[in-house]
Ligand binder design. Structure first.
Ligand code: DGJ
Length: 730
């Protein structure tokens, strides 16, 4: 999969359908990128012409002094600042003498079997025989700077994973001010940039824009990946479809500040970068120290957006998500948040649990409001002591009673937070991230705990552990409801305050790792005010993440489309909730709410003791559908068929089992129009040479007919109607 051509000094990384090629320039020893795209055979052509360094008058051979005549367009594999490349760089540094120049040249490399692991960071992994690893070492001996570039290639997916480790091998400190995890140089082919944008309750909506001259991209400065922009971008053909066109996808395995940028330069060359956001980032490397950049994933496809999606899904299912629950049907849960908000007690919860048990729901999740003085969201975060006025008889009593009803029990916590009105804050005001002497700005009336400080981390971890050990708790929803601001840590000297954002993420990862290690059978669902930390970093620790606080089935179409563009359906927390919907006031059929939630982890978020009897009566049927289809939804290959956010009328997707024997299509006819002919849906992923039986009607269709002529969708009456179509191979 990875080869090094000794005479040409070229590295070639092959995935099943793509090649990524770079090499060592023979004049200066720079690492130059040559190619990323469709797989190339190992021809004898001298591919180095692709760097354009040998084009006419810019030849470095004749131009050694006038370096910036070529440095400014050279396709550096990992560029540095201060030497005449005026674009943004993979690595920028600051020395104690105030200078910023660094110049990296090839030193050595190593190709190994397997996949390297970076301690303390989430990342991809591989079993024996599944991956190969390349490490290329670059150095600037004048300042004692050494960089190791890591590349991993997997046998079963068209993804390449990159990261970098920076060493200070000099005598004086080096400050890192910009460290990218991956970069890519491409010729522009009138490409578009695809990104995901949003807000609270509107996460991950897709957006295309033409790549123009200058810089464009997405980022977060919020201390988490965020609702607003997503650590993902794709460079795509202008005429991209689900099944045709080129697409280069990038995704960052990180949960903090990120930047994902492309620039189009004076020569119409594209330069793409992804890494930790340089905003407020200044990392001090003492002599002998090193810094590891988180992993970034790149994938290329010439078969459209759907292919990119399935490459990410396959990488994350096989090489990122570690949870033993990944391949298991998750218990169908009922969460009391939208049912009761803060107004609940043991009796109310048991009434919900009793009713839930009678219709086949398998777990009760007690959400926010069970601890300290938490009667509303103005107080008590940090006081992780059960409020026995509400939870009469205590937590163990409640859990035991729920278990007696045949249900598992899950709990909500927001460990990273502290309310100014809390016993914890009264005892340790300095534990919150805030600037001494400044009145801190609150968000949802809370502050963020400085878990980078060992004593705060220990206290927080012990609070989680104590609660989880106090009863038979089988699920944890780990929430995080405010973003970081007014950064200052009492635990860091002035010249290291620029490390706080990243140190915070590392401390969070350490705590999640400890959680996974200590409670291996706990099902964890990460969450951040809905889906503000739905990223591959968090998926390394939890197999599912709460997708959005917007549970409206129609809003969810775009949110789940954007999320599933990168992440497997098995990772998307999705619940059936009450109507009018609490986020938008819309009334949709209970059946449609069920069909949309079936595309995720599936559960309920309503007061089952109060919903209309006709709706309650549908739950056993929905539960049966979940049991029937979840293996297929969780493990199958996902295809987007129609996008409501594109066409404004209807949405459809399907999953096909890995062995191709069955498929499930979900069709949501959002708006009904009068006097229209029936719609035919072009399916994907079937075997054109085989026949399929429509389980509902018993009709037989050829795979080719279904994919090329289309499935005849049933007419609907009224808005927001949906249908499931189950196809079985004959
Ligand atoms: C935000 C979450 O996304 C909700 O589901 C709920 O848990 C609330 N926080 C509780 O405060």
């Amino acid at each position: 999969m990875i080869t090094y051509n000794e005479s040409e000094r070229i590295f070639k990384l092959d995935t099943p359908n793509t090649s990524y090629i770079f090499g060592i320039d023979d004049k200066f020893g720079y690492l130059m990128h040559y190619y990323y795209g469709r797989k190339l055979r190992n021809a004898k052509d001298n591919i180095r012409y692709l760097s354009r360094l040998y084009d006419g008058d810019v030849l470095p051979e004749v131009n050694t002094k006038d370096k910036n005549s070529f440095l400014d367009f050279a396709p550096f594999e990992y560029s540095t600042g201060g030497i005449g490349d005026y674009r943004s760089h993979a690595l920028e540094i600051l020395l104690e003498n105030g200078t910023t120049a660094a110049e990296l040249k090839y030193l050595s490399h190593r190709i190994t079997k397997g996949k390297s692991v970076h301690e303390g960071l989430p990342g991809t992994f591989a079993k024996e025989g599944e991956a190969e690893n390349l490490e290329v070492t670059l150095t600037d001996p004048e300042i004692g700077l050494t960089v190791e570039l890591f590349y991993a290639v997997f046998a079963d997916t068209d993804c390449i994973v990159r990261s970098a480790k920076i060493y200070n091998e000099g005598q004086t400190p080096i400050y890192l001010t910009r460290v990218m995890s991956t970069t890519l140089n491409l010729d522009n082919k009138d490409y578009n940039l695809l990104t995901l944008h949003g807000s609270w309750a509107r996460e991950r909506h897709k957006e295309f824009r033409k790549i123009g001259h200058g810089y464009q991209g997405v980022s977060s400065r919020r201390g988490e990946s965020g609702h607003q922009e997503h650590p993902f971008m794709a460079i795509t053909d202008r005429n991209l479809t689900e099944t045709t066109g080129e697409v280069y996808g990038f995704n960052f395995i990180y949960s903090g500040n990120f930047t994902a940028e492309v620039s189009l330069d004076q020569f119409n060359l594209i330069h793409a970068e992804m890494g930790i956001n340089p905003y407020n980032f200044k990392w001090k490397l003492e002599p002998g120290d090193s810094f590891t950049a988180p992993e970034a994933v790149m994938t290329y496809s010439f078969n459209g957006l759907g292919d990119m999606t399935r490459s990410f899904h396959s990488l994350y299912r096989n090489h990122l998500i570690r949870s033993p629950f990944l391949h298991m049907k998750r218990p169908i849960l009922i969460n009391n948040w939208e049912a009761t908000y803060f107004d609940f007690d043991t009796d109310k919860l048991l009434a919900i649990a009793k009713e839930a048990a009678s219709v086949g729901i398998e777990m009760l999740v007690m959400d926010d409001g069970w601890f300290g003085n938490r009667y509303d969201d103005n107080r008590a975060l940090g006081d992780w002591i059960v409020n026995e006025e509400k939870i009469k008889g205590g937590l163990k009593f409640l859990v035991d009673e729920v278990n007696k009803l045949g249900l598992k029990f899950g709990i909500w916590m927001e460990p990273e937070m502290i309310s100014p009105d809390s016993d914890l804050y009264r005892a340790h005001p300095d534990w919150a991230i805030q600037i001494p002497g400044r009145n801190p700005g609150l968000s949802r009336n809370q502050l963020v705990l400085d878990i980078t400080r060992p004593e705060v981390w220990e206290h927080t971890w012990n609070s989680i552990k104590t609660i989880l050990e106090s009863a038979n708790i089988e699920y944890l929803k780990w929430d995080m409801n405010r973003q970081l601001a007014e950064l200052y840590s009492a635990g860091l000297p002035a010249d290291r305050q620029g490390e706080l954002y990243h140190r915070y993420v590392l401390a969070l990862y350490r705590m999640q790792e400890k959680l996974v290690e200590t409670f291996p059978n706990l099902l964890i669902e990460n969450c951040s005010g809905g889906g503000a930390r739905f990223d591959p970093g968090m998926l390394y620790y939890s197999p599912q993440i709460w997708t959005s606080d917007d549970t409206d089935a129609i809003e969810r179409l775009s949110i789940q489309e954007g999320t599933a563009m990168i992440y497997p359906l098995s990772t998307m927390g999705a619940h059936v909730s009450d109507c009018p919907n609490h986020a938008v006031g819309r009334v949709t059929p209970f059946k449609t709410r069920g069909h949309v939630a079936l595309a995720g982890t599936f559960g309920y978020e309503l007061d089952i003791t109060k919903i209309p009897v006709e709706e309650r009566a549908q739950i056993p049927f929905q539960v049966a559908q979940y049991h029937k289809y979840n293996d297929l939804v969780r493990e199958g290959n996902y295809y987007r068929l129609a996008s409501f956010s594109d066409n404004g009328e209807y949405d459809a997707w399907m999953v096909v089992s890995q062995d191709g024997t069955e498929a499930l299509v979900t069709y949501v006819d959002v708006f009904k129009h009068p006097n229209v002919k029936s719609r035919r849906l072009l399916l994907q992923g079937l075997d054109a040479s085989k026949e399929y039986k429509d389980a509902e009607s018993g009709k037989i269709y050829g795979g080719d007919t279904l994919m090329y002529a289309g499935y005849p969708l049933p007419g609907t009456w009224g808005d927001f109607k949906s249908t499931l179509i189950h196809l079985e191979l004959c």
